[in-house]
Design a protein around this ligand. Structure first.
Ligand SMILES: Cc1cc2nc3c(=O)[nH]c(=O)nc-3n(C[C@H](O)[C@H](O)[C@H](O)COP(=O)(O)OP(=O)(O)OC[C@H]3O[C@@H](n4cnc5c(N)ncnc54)[C@H](O)[C@@H]3O)c2cc1C
Length: 377
């Protein structure tokens, strides 16, 4: 009897689960559901902001891709999971499953900051990056008639905020004042002093102002207001404050943590043994992982194996995180690569980052899964 595996969400985690599972298992029915018909490489969105890449270079047409691999794809929005019935409910259908993988990602977290959602741009999807690019260009055009350069405020000095600020600075070429507002004592909080110093040096060279220890209290049209009462006027506010698990997790009937992430064991099983959760919507309670594309793809590898193992009565594998460097782009030709205690800065990390981003998309689009034999071992 063939089993039906349903994969909810086709981002980094869902896409790799589907392809890996199909490669291991030619027989089982695999259904993928995503509300978008394109996979978006969020790790490359920053390049769309400055217009140095095109949408088609950082997306994959899911219908075409899955057809090649004999995987059914529904462009549809999931609204609920019914674990006891082993069913998933979407806007258009109800689908029963033998195994379910939840890879529904996260959403922008505004941390309840008043007025931010209404008055800022977020950066999560292609459309967000395109909107930012268009708006920056328009504001720069308008500012030709102003006596002072405009302000563009980036809220959040984490990795996304830093990459976004650098791209905008490259795009505006000092015709705008780019300001990063960060609540912690430094940008890139948690990273080594050397990496932070290098990032600050490059950002400052690009004319970016960095305001640390600055908590945003609220935003209004054209300004952000800090907790100490300072008002920072801005033609454009971009929120890079963080992400939280997709709120759909609350409609799965599964055990979640206080942030709403679905709790999993080391085998990535949720409170229902035939339902797995990976990537940004999940939380391994014994071994918490950073919410990155690399975590999601590594977990996809394990989930594909574990479902295959369950069907073929083999032993499941526990998730063992592999070491992987952080790669941060600081505009077109500069970057940082951080691996354990070693840090590389300058042109090389920026080239490595671009290469990895391209290679990821290329292998999924064009090849027949070349690395699987190594990765499955
Ligand atoms: C701007 C930005 C830059 C980043 N840079 C990096 C980086 O440099 N390196 C790195 O490792 N990580 C980076 N990340 C984080 C990384 O992109 C995520 O950790 C990764 O995408 C998580 O994969 P995922 O499969 O869990 O979720 P996602 O890739 O977000 O996929 C979730 C999928 O679920 C679908 N979905 C959601 N809700 C529903 C629904 N109700 N019905 C149907 N489908 C649904 C979505 O359409 C999406 O396709 C970045 C993130 C952002 C936003």
């Amino acid at each position: 009897m063939t089993e039906r595996v349903v994969i909810a969400g086709s981002g980094f985690g869902g896409l790799d689960t589907a392809l890996k599972l199909r490669e291991k298992n030619k027989k089982e029915e695999i259904i993928v559901i995503d509300k978008s018909s394109f996979f978006t490489s969020q790790i490359s969105l920053y390049k769309l902001i400055s217009g140095r890449t095109k949408k088609k270079r950082i997306t994959i047409n899911l219908e075409k891709l899955y057809k090649k691999h004999n995987i059914k794809f529904y462009k549809d929005e999931i609204v609920q999971v019914k674990p006891l019935e082993k069913a998933i409910i979407t806007m258009a259908r109800k689908i029963n499953f033998d195994y379910l993988v939840l890879a529904i990602g996260g959403v922008t977290d505004y941390f309840g900051t008043e007025g931010i959602k209404e008055n800022s741009f977020e950066l999560k999807k292609i459309i967000d990056a395109e909107k930012i690019n268009k708006h920056v260009e328009e504001e720069i055009e308008k500012s030709k008639y102003y006596t002072e350069p405009i302000n563009i405020v980036i809220c959040g000095g984490g990795l996304t905020g830093v990459e976004t600020a650098a791209e905008i600075a490259d795009l505006t070429r000092k015709k705008a004042r780019v300001i990063i507002i960060e609540a912690y004592q430094t940008i890139m909080n948690g990273f080594s002093k050397k990496a932070i110093n290098y990032a600050e040096k490059i950002l400052k060279k690009k004319g970016i102002t960095i305001k640390t220890n600055s908590h945003i209290k609220k935003a209004e049209k054209g300004k952000v207001i800090l907790k100490d009462g300072t008002e920072v006027y801005s033609s454009m506010i971009i929120w890079c404050g963080g992400i939280k698990p997709n709120p759909l997790t609350h409609k799965t009937g599964l055990r979640t943590n206080e942030k709403g992430a679905i709790m999993t064991n080391d085998f990535l099983q949720t409170s229902h043994p035939h339902i797995y959760a990976i990537g940004d919507c999940s939380y391994m309670y014994k071994n918490p992982q950073p919410t990155t594309a690399f975590t999601a793809t590594q977990q996809a590898n394990i989930v594909a194996w574990n479902i295959h193992a369950d069907i073929t009565k083999k032993d499941k594998k526990a998730f063992m995180p592999k070491d992987w460097p952080y790669l941060i782009a600081l505009g077109k030709r500069k970057g940082i690569m951080i691996r354990k205690n070693s840090i590389k800065t300058g042109l090389t990390p920026s080239i490595i980052k671009k290469f990895i981003e391209k290679q990821y998309l290329f292998t999924r689009k064009h090849r027949r899964w070349p690395l699987s034999k190594i990765e499955f071992k």
